[in-house]
Design a protein around this ligand. Structure first.
Ligand code: HEM
Length: 511
């Protein structure tokens, strides 16, 4: 029957039927949005892909729902689509096995390297000897006492000269500001200083555009889509320079230009001053005087990796932390109480500032930051490949070709792992009966990763976050703009999709 031969009411009726069919198809067979989370239907040819496409904007919550009903482990099949077999897990025993006990069998893998090609051969992206050599060198630099002192000084300087003055100005003006943008600029300032020895002044009044930071965000969002798409599709988009791949290619150009220019600037400075003594920024430690293209590729990859690790984790962590404080004023009150006993200094405008060294002793502040990082891990999932057949503690046989996805976000929301109150923001869970910090194994508190590839910047991140959190809580409080919706952005980094729009209020400082 040709459509043209239908009468108007028949055509209308047919269109309604098709719409109803599509609606019920998604409602009952594909989507888990409108009912209790359930395992997605595996369709012929395309497997569970329709469910991913339908839920991609709510990916973390959707995956958490599935892992909840399946007891922390779930095999996802993309049907006949190549490279689309995933094993999703947030089971601590599997995690300990994958990341530590049988670490060698679970590298990041070739495909990860391909997906994250923007990171080059840097530490996040490499395996085997290439990774080990970089890790040893970076560990030596980051744990050096001079570098640790440099981190503390840069954090304090940036709180005093950039963060507090910016917030004081915003409080005076009475305009709403995006607090997430502010914290990402704050950590961008510190990280650029630590990595390149240069302060980009990204938090100056007027908030200059920071093309590098925008490019990094675009790149990470585009990379997530590579995870959710068959390789042939994103490679085709890359060839055609379309969609998310076009965005990624543009981001790459901006990132490379920034790194190239900054390295050149630093190199020229080094030549001019002929400094031979230890310089605390990481770039200076890597510049060896040679100027071959090979060294520049190495420097480019190293610095891009450090910028990613350094800026995003702490900036995003601070944003979720302050949002949680706004929902839980009793926690903010306890932090203020704890800060009363800490020695204080004053800025030229009479605002209170703390010495990073003094803040290392605070139990409640550390517990509250850890709790925010538990509930909103800045890296919400990890990706591993499989070298050879291996039985996981949960009974799943991991085989080459299957990708293992570990959901850090979901792990925080499993009653079996964190107890019945797992979804609550409760710093007290980190404090033992004797008032000291409670140890939680890193295969359970996975926010900084676990095993031989655990985060190298954890202490540095806590130093920056405590310096900002203590001074900001002491001098200001915030109110979320009415009607502003807080929801995670779908990206490799757990940013807030719409930012964190707040009004800033100056607190009457308690001496
Ligand atoms: C709250 C802040 C931070 C969080 C939550 C965080 C989290 C993580 C996570 C989850 C990984 C594992 C990534 C992967 O293998 O896929 C990682 C690795 C790493 N992080 Fe961090 N990070 C933070 C801050 C920093 C800082 C400030 C630095 C310093 C530059 C840093 C340096 C690194 C490095 C070098 C690695 C690679 C380790 C390796 O593969 O051997 N991180 N981090």
């Amino acid at each position: 029957m040709a459509w043209s031969s239908l009468s108007a009411p028949e055509l209308l009726f047919s269109i309604c039927c098709i719409h109803l069919f599509i609606y019920y198809f998604f409602r009952y067979f594909v989507s888990s949005k409108h009912k209790q989370p359930t395992v997605p239907v595996c369709w012929p040819v395309v497997g569970m892909m329709p469910a991913v496409i339908f839920n991609i904007q709510d990916l973390h919550a959707w995956a958490t729902g599935i892992l909840h009903v399946t007891g922390c482990n779930f095999f996802f099949s993309g049907g006949w689509l190549p490279g689309m077999k995933f094993f999703g897990t947030c089971d601590p025993l599997n995690i300990q096995h994958i990341f530590t006990s049988n670490f060698k069998n679970y590298p990041k893998g070739e495909e990860f390297l391909d997906i994250f090609d923007i990171l080059g051969d840097g530490i996040f992206n490499s395996d085997g000897d290439v990774w080990r050599t970089q890790r040893v060198k970076m560990q030596q630099l980051i744990t050096h006492s001079c570098f640790r002192a440099y981190v503390a000084k840069s954090s304090r300087d940036n709180v005093e000269k950039a963060l507090l003055p910016f917030l004081a100005h915003a409080a005076k003006q009475g305009h709403a500001i995006d607090l997430q943008d502010v914290y990402l600029r704050f950590t961008f300032n510190i990280t650029t200083k630590l990595v390149f020895g240069v302060d980009p002044n990204a938090l100056s009044i007027g908030l200059p555009t920071v093309p590098f930071a925008r490019a990094m965000d675009d790149a990470m969002a585009s990379v997530l889509f590579r995870h959710a798409m068959p390789v042939i599709i994103w490679k085709l988009l890359q060839k055609l320079n379309m969609g998310t791949e076009k965005k990624l290619a543009n981001a790459r150009k901006v990132i490379d230009r920034f790194v190239e220019e900054t390295i050149e600037k630093r190199r020229a400075e080094k030549k001019e001053t002929k400094q031979i003594e230890y310089l605390p920024d990481l770039l200076s430690s890597y510049i060896d005087g040679s100027e071959t293209g090979k060294v520049d590729k190495f420097l480019r990859d190293t610095t891009v990796n450090l910028m990613l690790g350094g800026r995003d984790g702490a900036g995003v962590g601070l944003s979720w932390f302050f949002w949680l404080l706004m929902q839980n004023p009793h926690v903010e009150g306890k932090i203020l109480d704890e800060l009363k006993s800490v020695p204080k200094s004053f800025t030229s405008d009479g605002m209170v500032i703390f010495n990073p060294e003094e803040l290392t002793k605070l139990v409640y502040l550390h517990a509250a930051l850890s709790e925010a990082l538990r509930l909103y891990p800045p890296v919400p999932f990890e990706h591993k490949g499989v070298v050879k057949d291996d039985m996981l503690p949960s009974g799943f046989l991991a085989t080459p070709g299957v990708k293992i996805l570990i959901s850090t976000y979901s792990m925080a929301r499993m009653e079996g792992v964190w107890g019945k109150d797992c979804s609550e923001f409760k710093p007290e869970r980190w404090i033992s009966d004797n008032g000291k910090l409670k140890y939680e194994p890193s295969y359970k508190f996975l926010s900084f990763n676990t095993g031989p590839r655990a985060c190298l910047g954890k202490n540095m991140a806590f130093t920056e976050m405590k310096a900002a959190a203590a001074a900001v809580v002491y001098n200001f409080y915030f109110e979320v703009v009415e009607g502003h919706v807080i929801t995670p952005k779908i990206s490799i980094i757990l940013q807030m999709k719409n930012g964190l729009m707040v009004k800033v209020k100056q607190r009457n400082v308690i001496m």
